[in-house]
Design a protein around this ligand. Structure first.
Ligand code: B12
Ligand code: SF4
Length: 476
């Protein structure tokens, strides 16, 4: 029974379950790894991977009786995270509860309201903080509580926030995620990309050189850092050999920020003759011929480009220094190398009306990527767009974090020109207009390489189109 239990909260994609991926939570994976290095007895309860409910977690807590519980929270699962920690405190008032992750990094106060549920909030990248904090909790630290950077806690009825920790500068110094604590056989890629192969995600860099106004990766103090090609390849080999992984999704915000590193990784994969399929995300500015060629040869199947809007003014307003022409060029070059392109758009920015919605849909069809996502803007605490949306009174229910989930088809916002219902209509319409084009469907069919892929695409496509049709009908 582990002394320190890291819980990955329950999460599912609701009506879009056939599309969503299931993967190890690498934030928790990293913390478990550094804690094991520091000789703690650590366990992971991955409710997402194991499809466990809140009641299952409570049962496990009764059985395992950990003395410290760590839980991570994005905005979407903040409520359930707090409920679990509150249940843990009821079961054992002595248990120490720690929460971290993107939501509380932007809004740490939310974890201390009401007081008595969370003992420590950890903000930002937490590898160093968690080791110092646990040493303090266990009475093995030379530091006082207020000397541990990057935390918030209650003392004498007051919230105490210690100075910021800053980011981890040298990623190569970190251990590999503690994959052995996760149910590695349970994971699979996004429905559309699911090849039926053993699957895992990897994180090989942190941060992003851009500063888009809606993105939590765009914080002032965060700059792009990488693991070296050698370290990345070592982790690929570990997944390949120990866990039989044959499909990897590099979930870095910008996997290709350093093209030389990408080329080096590709060459290592080719030289080792690994039978590996992989995907990644990057920016359109990075789509250079020589790198794309190496990537295709090393098994890269898809690249996701975040495009966000379909009109030039939109890029300026979200602070993304790209152009429509750059998007088209990047997509064509990528497709020419036989790599499938996924693009992602965000709709419902504060200034958007019918005109901008139409422009985004028209542009997405013109770009004609192999898969396209249309998302409704979700304002995350700590981002400039959050402040803008709140200050303009466009946030409908800021305290209701539940709506942040992917199947929260009701927008959390309205725009200056559209109601929430109209935003939902336009997003549903975008999906239907994009996917229900005979030319698109035919091309998609020809690019499918196996029965497994066909089934995954059919199921995912069906669910997405049905959901979008419901949105459009409910909003017309
Ligand atoms: C991969 C990924 C996913 C994967 C895997 C999710 C997972 N939890 O592992 C999938 C596709 C499933 C996914 C789904 C979603 N995601 Co996501 N995802 C990411 C992505 C791209 C990388 C996360 C990652 O592994 N990073 C690498 C690790 C090492 O860093 P990390 O997770 O940040 O962890 C560090 C710190 O945050 C902290 N920390 C993390 N957990 C904990 C716990 C404790 C106790 C402590 C002390 C510290 C701590 O310490 C870690 C080590 O330094 C991030 C963007 C990003 N750049 O981080 C978005 C991101 C986390 N996702 C986001 C969102 C919105 C979602 C969804 C809600 C999308 C949706 N609408 O459905 C769901 C929620 C799923 C869920 N329950 O987590 C947002 C969260 C914003 C927010 N405030 O909520 C992010 C930040 C994207 C963004 N730019 O806005 N996601
Ligand atoms: S380019 Fe992507 S990851 Fe980077 S700040 Fe913009 S949205 Fe975030």
């Amino acid at each position: 029974m582990p002394d320190v239990l890291c819980v990955v909260s329950p999460f599912g994609y609701g009506p879009l379950n056939s599309i969503g991926p299931k993967c190890p939570n690498l934030g928790i994976g990293m913390l478990a790894a550094v804690l094991e290095e520091a000789r703690y007895d650590v366990g992971v309860l991955d409710c997402f991977g194991l499809e466990l409910t809140k009641e299952d977690v409570i049962r496990q807590l009764k059985e395992q009786k950990p003395s410290i519980i760590l839980i991570g929270a994005v905005t979407a699962n903040m409520r359930i995270g707090m409920e679990l920690l509150s249940a843990a405190k009821r079961l054992n008032p002595e248990v120490i509860t720690v929460i971290g992750g993107p939501h509380v990094t932007g809004n740490p106060e939310s974890a201390l309201t009401p007081p008595g549920i969370v003992d420590y909030v950890v903000m930002g990248e937490a590898e160093e903080t968690i080791v110092e904090l646990l040493a303090y909790i266990k009475g093995n630290s030379p530091l006082q509580k207020h000397e541990i950077k990057g935390i918030m806690y209650f003392e004498n009825g007051q919230r105490i926030r210690t100075p910021d920790r800053g980011i981890v500068k040298k990623l190569d110094r970190l251990p590999m995620p503690a994959y052995h604590l996760f149910p590695m056989e349970r994971y699979h890629s996004y429905g559309w990309l699911n090849l039926g192969r053993k699957f895992s995600t990897m994180s090989t860099s942190r941060g992003c050189p851009f500063k888009c106004s809606f993105c939590q990766s765009s914080w002032e103090a965060v700059y792009w850092r990488q693991r070296s090609a050698e370290k990345v390849f070592e982790e690929i080999r570990l997944l390949y050999e120990r866990y039989g992984v044959r499909h990897i999704y590099f979930q870095d915000d910008d996997f290709c920020a350093n093209p030389d590193r990408v080329i080096a990784i590709c060459r290592m994969i080719k030289e080792a003759k690994l039978d590996l399929a992989w995907e990644c995300l990057t920016r359109v500015t990075q789509a250079k011929e020589d790198m794309l060629k190496e990537m295709a040869e090393a098994g890269c199947r898809t690249i996701l480009y975040g495009v966000e809007t379909g009109y030039e003014e939109g890029f300026k307003r979200i602070n993304k220094p790209i152009s429509l022409q750059m998007v088209i060029g990047a997509v064509r070059r990528t497709q020419e190398h036989g790599i499938l392109v996924r693009t992602s758009y965000i709709m419902g920015f504060p200034w958007e009306g019918e005109k901008e919605m139409r422009e985004t849909i028209r542009f997405a069809k013109k770009v004609d990527a192999d898969l396209t996502y249309f998302n409704i803007i979700n304002p995350y605490p700590g981002t400039p767009i959050y402040d803008e949306i709140v200050s303009k009174g466009l946030f409908l229910d800021p305290e209701n974090f539940d709506n942040h989930i992917i199947h929260g088809t009701d927008p959390m916002i309205r725009t200056e020109k559209l109601t929430a219902k109209q935003v939902r209509y336009w997003v549903g319409r975008a999906v239907l207009e994009f996917y229900l084009r005979p030319s698109f469907l035919l091309r998609r069919l020809f690019k499918v390489r196996s029965w497994q892929e066909f089934k995954a695409n059919f199921a995912g496509g069906n669910d997405l189109l049905l959901l979008s049709l419901k949105k459009v009908l409910a909003s017309s």
